[in-house]
Design a protein around this ligand. Sequence first.
Ligand code: NAP
Ligand code: MG
Length: 404
Amino acid sequence: MMEKIMMKTPLVEMDGDEMTRILWKMIKDELILPFVDLKTEYYDLGLEYREKTNDQVTIDSAEATKKYGVAVKCATITPNAARMTEYNLSKMWKSPNGTIRAILDGTVFRAPIIVKGIEPMVKNWKKPITIARHAYGDVYKASEMKIPGAGKVELVYTAEDGSEQRELVHTFQSAGVVQGQHNLEPSIESFARCCFNYALDTKQDIWFATKDTISKKYDHTFKDIFQEIFDQEYAERFKEAGITYFYTLIDDAVARVIRSEGGYIWACKNYDGDVMSDMVATAFGSLAMMTSVLVSPDGNYEYEAAHGTVQRHYYQYLEGKKTSTNPVATIFAWSGAFRKRGELDGLADLVRYADCLEAATIKTIEEGTMTGDLASISTLENVKKVDSETFIAAIRENLTEMLA
Ligand code: NAP
Ligand code: MG
């Protein structure tokens, strides 16, 4: 029996819903508790307990993340009308991720996990491309109007002293549509700092792109803030780390990304990040192989999988069937959190455990043992499609060997 790896500061553990909640427990029982003297502060973000606490548990878990610095989160249900009935909810609770993001004020970084046998659709992509998505404002906080017919639309800013500034949007001759977007300098500044910190953290170049040639005030402000913060606070440190910051137009960026071999961070405005992260995830092979971490400007980290609670598999599980649900992104949420905790607390063994957990997972897939979603796209010859339990047991075997 090997000695368990010790922890110092607890992780904030945010449990979740449906199939991912089942995987969560399997991962803890098989891949964590036998090896690590696990310390967590546990928050149950499962929908039943959110209902019971009037969603206070979500707020508490975000506050705990501010206190301890590192959290790991299971996928959770964002209620819609169907869930209201299914869970007999008193209110359509907000998305937990939205609540947590609002409290931590961060940027979301998404990166694919690359394994042999799952080939990117873009053949020159060799290394992961990380998307950094600004998570505030623009079209997600816009006001819109349908214009019924001829007339004038203006933007009006009324300062606190009552003075006004006006800008003509359009003089309509016919019916049409109009939209007003906004963003905030503090939010753009914290987006920039999150991106630069993450680039230093992961030793990768960072690209940022907007449409500043067309949007001379709105997008140009993003570009200027990034450049100013980079020059004043990061240029020296980037040089020392041997990495670069590079700004270009969004159309140029898209062309370069496709031709690149990967291995950098692509910072995107809110909408670009939403769309491009789905494109990048799909082109790399599978949503179940996408990691996601929320980084706050004051250095708090919340790790999770990019996919949801895999509802369809859960209903099969409830019927007593063994499902072949992919736990990789959830395993990497844990390993990411352990590595960060280990780095912050100076625990080399915990960092090594995180590295081994990831390596054991990748080795298992590359040896040909994998869940159905991967088996159906793998180019390996000896593919064995297994259920989640068998897959996790195979990872445990590899992990035990690596840690010995
Ligand atoms: P989903 O859970 O990501 O699943 C969509 C489909 O993708 C699944 O039906 C499955 O396809 C495939 N898939 C996703 N993850 C997989 C995995 N780990 N292994 C194998 N296949 C996987 O998205 P959804 O069905 O749209 O949403 C379900 C619930 O998740 C919703 O209540 C939503 O609110 C919530 N959600 C939460 C988060 C979050 O907490 N971060 C994010 C998104 C959605 P097949 O059925 O074809 O096998
Ligand atoms: Mg999207």
